[in-house]
Design a protein around this ligand. Structure first.
Ligand code: ASP
Length: 301
């Protein structure tokens, strides 16, 4: 079958008015670069797991997105990063939470999955594990950008953050040539978040999930997603209710929204159908299928 890769770079108050044409172009180029990197894996016959990790690494390395370099600051003026990966083919998953030193948290998540009996490692021990696994370690300041520092200053001045400052996360889902699914998600969390706070992204079933039915990566209000076990709910609806991917994705998100949550998700099923529902004004997103790469930012094209 023709493999499919879907990515997101976060949902939020992303409007045409807020983004300059140059800014928009930079985001589009970064999304295309991530699609290219992940899709090259799929085209060469590689696994969906390798593809989602390759795409997320590109997004983590871009300072534009709230993951890896470019991550937001917490209330202590520090970065604490979360990431997860799940392989639908084997049902295995790995995640790291509140890491501060590993350059690519998604690679650390994968190492947890492949090299340990655990699913989730957190904090300094997770960074130590990443170092021992031979992953690249950076100074915490590597993740900082002037834009995120300004967002923290704005948040502190107002004692609250705007949705635009808060949001962001990156993720990828894919189905490979063999119909096997995988999902990966990586985030800096929220601007001005409480130190030690862990969001939905590294919680398997909440922000990230893949099985034999579909693969899901979410972005938005993490606490709501955790309480609703959002990512798992999509495939569950397909299995138990016989919903299509599009119905399941939309209704799972609607359930969260009804309880005050917001954001969006990307999903792909084993037939290569794609759903990308979101309730915010925009969501950075992209799809690669065959030779076609499509990226979008706003609600309306
Ligand atoms: N879901 C992420 C978190 O709660 C943030 C986001 O995607 O905007 O950490």
């Amino acid at each position: 079958m023709t493999p499919v890769l879907v990515i997101h770079g976060g949902a939020g108050t992303i409007t045409r008015r807020k983004l300059t044409p140059r800014g928009e172009q930079q985001y589009r180029a970064a999304l295309v670069a991530a699609l290219r990197s992940g899709y090259a894996v799929l085209e060469a016959g590689g696994s969906s797991l390798d593809a989602v990790v390759a795409a997320v690494v590109v997004l983590e390395d871009s300072p534009l997105f709230n993951a890896g370099r470019g991550s937001v600051f917490n209330a202590a003026g520090e970065h604490e990063l979360d990431a997860a990966v799940m392989d639908g083919a084997t049902g295995k998953a790995g995640a790291v939470a509140a890491v501060r030193r590993v350059r690519n948290p998604v690679l650390a998540a994968r190492a947890v999955m492949e090299r340990t009996p655990n699913v989730l490692l957190a904090g300094a021990a997770a960074d130590r594990f990443a170092r021992e696994s031979g992953l690249r370690i950076v100074r915490p300041s590597y993740f900082s950008t002037p834009e995120r520092a300004r967002a923290l200053a704005r948040a502190r001045a107002r004692a609250a953050t705007s949705a635009a400052d808060q949001h962001g996360t990156v993720g990828a889902v894919a189905v490979d040539r063999h119909g096997q699914l995988a999902a990966a998600t990586s985030t800096g969390g929220y601007t001005n978040k409480t130190p030690g706070r862990i969001g939905d992204s590294p919680i398997i079933g909440a922000g990230t999930y893949a099985d034999g039915v579909c693969a899901v990566s979410a972005t938005g209000s993490g606490e709501h997603f955790m309480r609703a076990v959002l990512a798992h709910d999509v495939g569950a609806r397909m299995r138990y209710l016989g919903e299509t991917l599009a119905q399941a994705a939309r209704r799972a998100l609607a359930r969260v929204v009804a309880r005050g949550g917001d954001g969006g998700l990307i999903a792909v099923d084993r037939a290569g159908r794609v759903a990308m529902p979101f309730v915010s004004e925009g969501m950075y997103r992209g799809v690669a299928r065959g030779g076609r790469f499509t990226v979008a930012i706003y609600r309306r094209p």
